[in-house]
Design a protein around this ligand. Structure first.
Ligand SMILES: O=C[C@H](O)[C@H](O)[C@H](O)COP(=O)(O)O
Length: 217
């Protein structure tokens, strides 16, 4: 099976989690894009969705699902999103597509976060995938220097601006042995808007497609 076929397979498995739920949170990325396409057939049960990016909002509207403001909706029953890396404790690296801040907000405001991915995203220790950090533009170099002090190699994602008009640093070479501690430490750096480490609020359910199987934990 190709990676795209695996993404489609796991996206289809996520549909079971949104049956009979009127309001859902929807993440960003190529895996979730398949899920959104499949949602077209579920229009009758889903009345609206809170979206994690401008791109996702456009896709949701295309399949006829109204996009709602999180402030109007309150707590969501379910949030479906992908990930760049997943460890056995359901902790994640996210933000490869730059949507980490809104994704983290929706995850925080949701009762159940279901993370969907193909098997290539599973690791024992997070950090092979460069860790995205959204920063206020004027703080970019300062935050980069702080990350160098922590042993990382930050790379500015040039020619990319987030939906919140900020910049992204992708930090290479971090061996993330204590994800919660690192998330707290990076959160404390002035100028950081959000780090793409989802450790304090991990996923609740992981669905992973591996060959013909869907593994969940
Ligand atoms: O900002 C992007 C998100 O965190 C995505 O969920 C993540 O990058 C995974 O995307 P994909 O499904 O394309 O691998």
């Amino acid at each position: 099976m190709t990676q795209d076929e695996l993404k489609q397979k796991v996206a289809a498995a996520a549909l079971d989690y949104v049956k009979d739920i009127p309001l859902i949170g929807v993440g960003t990325g190529s895996t979730v894009n398949y899920f959104i396409k499949m949602l077209a057939d579920y229009k009758s049960t889903i009345e609206g969705a809170v979206s994690s990016s401008v791109g996702t909002s456009e896709r949701l509207k295309k399949v006829g699902i109204p996009v709602l403001d999180l402030n109007e909706v309150g707590t969501l029953d379910i949030y479906i999103d992908g990930a760049d890396e997943i460890n056995p404790r359901k902790q994640l690296i996210k933000g490869g597509g730059g949507a980490l801040t809104r994704e983290k907000i929706i995850a925080a405001a949701s009762k159940k976060f279901v993370c969907i991915a193909d098997g290539s995203k599973c690791v024992d220790v997070l950090g092979k995938f460069p860790l995205p950090i959204e920063v206020i533009p004027m703080a970019r170099s300062y935050v980069a220097r702080e990350m160098v002090k922590m042993g990382g190699q930050p790379v500015w994602r040039e020619n990319f601006v987030t939906d919140n008009h900020n910049h992204i640093l992708d930090v290479h070479n971090l061996d993330i042995l204590d994800p919660i501690e690192l998330e707290k430490t990076i959160n404390d750096i002035t100028g950081v808007v959000c780090v793409g480490l989802f450790a304090m609020r991990p996923a609740d359910v992981i669905l992973v497609s591996q060959g013909d199987e869907i593994k969940s934990w």
